[in-house]
Design a protein. Structure first.
Length: 56
């Protein structure tokens, strides 16, 4: 993590439990849009979403 944040610190900053954050890190839970936005703001990670159609 950016700034060497611990899971406990990151979870606190996000307003979630450490256990829930751990599940996100271990791909057990997919966070919602708002939580993803908080994570990217804290970590400085930039995410680009691209929506494509399977129908052509």
């Amino acid at each position: 993590l950016k700034n060497n944040l611990l899971q406990k610190q990151m979870a606190h900053m996000l307003g979630i439990s450490r256990e829930y954050y751990c599940k996100i890190e271990n791909d057990k839970i997919i966070p919602g849009k708002k939580l993803i936005q908080k994570i990217t703001k804290i970590t400085g990670i930039k995410i680009k979403f691209e929506i494509t159609s399977a129908l052509k």
